[in-house]
Design a protein. Sequence first.
Length: 186
Amino acid sequence: MKKLKLLLPLLLLILNASAQKIIKTEHVTDHSIHVMGDSFEGIIFEGEYKAPYPVFDTTEYKNNKWFTPSNDDIVLCEKILYKKLKNMNAKSKYFSGKVVSKALDKSYRQYIGYITPNGDRFVYVNGFPTDEEWAKKAIKNGKKTPPIPSWYNNLFEVLDGGASFWHIEINLNTKKIISLFTNGVA
Protein backbone atom coordinates (compact mmCIF):
# COMPACT_ATOMS: atom_id res chain seq x y z
CA MET A 1 0.00 0.00 0.00
CA LYS A 2 2.89 2.37 0.78
CA LYS A 3 4.35 1.81 -2.68
CA LEU A 4 1.02 2.65 -4.29
CA LYS A 5 0.78 5.90 -2.31
CA LEU A 6 4.23 6.92 -3.57
CA LEU A 7 3.64 5.76 -7.13
CA LEU A 8 0.42 7.73 -7.71
CA PRO A 9 1.89 11.22 -7.06
CA LEU A 10 4.94 10.34 -9.17
CA LEU A 11 2.72 9.19 -12.03
CA LEU A 12 0.65 12.39 -11.85
CA LEU A 13 3.83 14.49 -11.85
CA ILE A 14 5.14 12.70 -14.95
CA LEU A 15 1.83 13.04 -16.80
CA ASN A 16 1.56 16.73 -15.93
CA ALA A 17 5.17 17.40 -17.01
CA SER A 18 4.55 15.96 -20.48
CA ALA A 19 1.33 17.91 -21.00
CA GLN A 20 1.43 21.06 -23.12
CA LYS A 21 -0.58 24.07 -21.97
CA ILE A 22 -1.16 27.56 -23.25
CA ILE A 23 -0.47 30.18 -20.62
CA LYS A 24 -1.20 33.39 -22.52
CA THR A 25 -2.46 34.66 -25.88
CA GLU A 26 -2.58 38.24 -27.09
CA HIS A 27 -3.30 39.95 -30.41
CA VAL A 28 -0.12 41.83 -31.33
CA THR A 29 -0.80 42.92 -34.91
CA ASP A 30 -3.85 43.01 -37.16
CA HIS A 31 -2.95 39.51 -38.41
CA SER A 32 -1.03 37.76 -35.62
CA ILE A 33 -1.53 36.41 -32.13
CA HIS A 34 1.33 35.96 -29.67
CA VAL A 35 1.01 32.64 -27.85
CA MET A 36 2.99 31.43 -24.86
CA GLY A 37 2.89 27.91 -23.54
CA ASP A 38 4.59 26.22 -20.66
CA SER A 39 7.45 25.16 -22.96
CA PHE A 40 7.03 27.19 -26.16
CA GLU A 41 6.46 30.67 -27.54
CA GLY A 42 5.26 31.70 -30.95
CA ILE A 43 3.02 33.63 -33.28
CA ILE A 44 -0.21 32.34 -34.80
CA PHE A 45 -0.89 33.96 -38.15
CA GLU A 46 -4.58 34.49 -38.73
CA GLY A 47 -6.32 32.98 -41.73
CA GLU A 48 -6.42 36.25 -43.67
CA TYR A 49 -2.62 36.54 -43.55
CA LYS A 50 -1.00 35.73 -46.89
CA ALA A 51 2.54 34.63 -46.18
CA PRO A 52 5.04 36.17 -48.60
CA TYR A 53 6.95 32.92 -48.64
CA PRO A 54 7.99 31.20 -51.88
CA VAL A 55 6.69 27.77 -50.88
CA PHE A 56 3.16 29.15 -50.43
CA ASP A 57 3.24 30.52 -53.96
CA THR A 58 3.41 27.06 -55.55
CA THR A 59 0.50 25.28 -57.21
CA GLU A 60 0.36 22.80 -54.32
CA TYR A 61 -0.62 25.57 -51.88
CA LYS A 62 -2.66 27.89 -54.11
CA ASN A 63 -5.78 25.71 -53.83
CA ASN A 64 -5.68 25.60 -50.04
CA LYS A 65 -7.91 27.61 -47.74
CA TRP A 66 -6.16 29.38 -44.89
CA PHE A 67 -7.45 29.25 -41.32
CA THR A 68 -6.38 30.53 -37.92
CA PRO A 69 -5.14 27.64 -35.77
CA SER A 70 -6.96 27.50 -32.44
CA ASN A 71 -5.28 27.16 -29.05
CA ASP A 72 -6.22 23.47 -29.12
CA ASP A 73 -4.58 23.13 -32.56
CA ILE A 74 -1.37 24.69 -31.22
CA VAL A 75 -1.34 22.45 -28.14
CA LEU A 76 -1.82 19.42 -30.41
CA CYS A 77 1.05 20.57 -32.66
CA GLU A 78 3.34 21.00 -29.68
CA LYS A 79 2.46 17.56 -28.30
CA ILE A 80 3.23 16.04 -31.70
CA LEU A 81 6.51 17.96 -31.97
CA TYR A 82 7.73 16.87 -28.54
CA LYS A 83 6.57 13.28 -28.91
CA LYS A 84 7.31 12.39 -32.54
CA LEU A 85 10.00 14.74 -33.81
CA LYS A 86 12.98 12.91 -32.34
CA ASN A 87 12.23 9.90 -34.56
CA MET A 88 11.83 11.87 -37.81
CA ASN A 89 14.44 12.03 -40.54
CA ALA A 90 14.76 15.39 -42.24
CA LYS A 91 14.94 15.70 -46.01
CA SER A 92 18.07 17.69 -45.30
CA LYS A 93 21.22 15.63 -45.62
CA TYR A 94 22.62 17.31 -42.53
CA PHE A 95 20.14 16.91 -39.71
CA SER A 96 17.52 14.55 -38.32
CA GLY A 97 14.44 15.25 -36.28
CA LYS A 98 16.42 14.18 -33.22
CA VAL A 99 18.77 17.16 -33.68
CA VAL A 100 15.83 19.56 -34.12
CA SER A 101 13.95 18.08 -31.14
CA LYS A 102 16.87 18.96 -28.85
CA ALA A 103 16.47 22.63 -29.83
CA LEU A 104 12.68 22.86 -29.34
CA ASP A 105 12.95 24.61 -25.98
CA LYS A 106 15.26 27.20 -27.55
CA SER A 107 13.12 27.91 -30.61
CA TYR A 108 10.40 30.44 -31.37
CA ARG A 109 7.59 29.20 -33.63
CA GLN A 110 5.30 30.69 -36.24
CA TYR A 111 2.09 28.80 -37.02
CA ILE A 112 0.12 29.03 -40.26
CA GLY A 113 -3.00 26.91 -40.79
CA TYR A 114 -4.34 25.64 -44.08
CA ILE A 115 -6.95 23.20 -45.32
CA THR A 116 -6.30 21.16 -48.46
CA PRO A 117 -9.02 20.65 -51.10
CA ASN A 118 -9.65 17.15 -49.69
CA GLY A 119 -10.32 18.61 -46.21
CA ASP A 120 -7.10 17.79 -44.37
CA ARG A 121 -6.16 20.46 -41.84
CA PHE A 122 -2.46 21.29 -41.62
CA VAL A 123 -0.33 23.60 -39.54
CA TYR A 124 2.95 24.80 -41.01
CA VAL A 125 5.38 25.45 -38.14
CA ASN A 126 8.38 27.67 -38.80
CA GLY A 127 11.04 27.43 -36.08
CA PHE A 128 14.11 29.54 -35.38
CA PRO A 129 16.41 30.20 -32.42
CA THR A 130 15.50 32.46 -29.53
CA ASP A 131 19.04 33.77 -29.18
CA GLU A 132 19.05 35.90 -32.33
CA GLU A 133 20.42 39.45 -32.05
CA TRP A 134 17.02 41.14 -32.49
CA ALA A 135 15.61 39.07 -29.62
CA LYS A 136 18.48 40.11 -27.37
CA LYS A 137 17.97 43.80 -28.21
CA ALA A 138 14.25 43.64 -27.37
CA ILE A 139 15.06 42.27 -23.94
CA LYS A 140 18.02 44.59 -23.23
CA ASN A 141 16.20 47.83 -24.04
CA GLY A 142 14.68 47.74 -20.54
CA LYS A 143 11.28 49.01 -21.62
CA LYS A 144 8.19 47.53 -20.07
CA THR A 145 6.77 47.03 -23.55
CA PRO A 146 9.57 46.05 -25.89
CA PRO A 147 9.14 46.83 -29.58
CA ILE A 148 7.20 44.27 -31.56
CA PRO A 149 9.77 41.99 -33.17
CA SER A 150 9.63 41.64 -36.95
CA TRP A 151 8.75 37.95 -36.63
CA TYR A 152 5.39 38.98 -35.15
CA ASN A 153 4.51 40.58 -38.51
CA ASN A 154 6.01 38.32 -41.18
CA LEU A 155 7.09 34.77 -41.70
CA PHE A 156 10.73 34.66 -40.63
CA GLU A 157 13.05 33.30 -43.31
CA VAL A 158 16.80 32.77 -43.12
CA LEU A 159 19.13 31.14 -45.61
CA ASP A 160 21.50 28.56 -44.15
CA GLY A 161 21.85 28.41 -40.35
CA GLY A 162 21.58 24.63 -40.07
CA ALA A 163 19.13 22.82 -37.84
CA SER A 164 18.51 25.98 -35.79
CA PHE A 165 16.07 26.93 -38.55
CA TRP A 166 13.43 24.32 -39.27
CA HIS A 167 10.09 23.97 -41.04
CA ILE A 168 7.53 21.30 -40.22
CA GLU A 169 4.08 20.50 -41.56
CA ILE A 170 1.70 18.69 -39.23
CA ASN A 171 -1.51 17.02 -40.40
CA LEU A 172 -4.01 17.71 -37.62
CA ASN A 173 -6.40 15.05 -38.93
CA THR A 174 -3.86 12.20 -38.74
CA LYS A 175 -1.78 13.77 -35.92
CA LYS A 176 1.41 13.14 -37.91
CA ILE A 177 4.40 15.16 -38.99
CA ILE A 178 4.21 15.16 -42.78
CA SER A 179 7.40 17.02 -43.60
CA LEU A 180 10.50 18.19 -41.80
CA PHE A 181 13.01 20.48 -43.46
CA THR A 182 16.05 22.11 -41.92
CA ASN A 183 18.20 24.81 -43.41
CA GLY A 184 21.53 23.92 -44.88
CA VAL A 185 24.93 25.03 -43.69
CA ALA A 186 27.12 27.43 -45.64
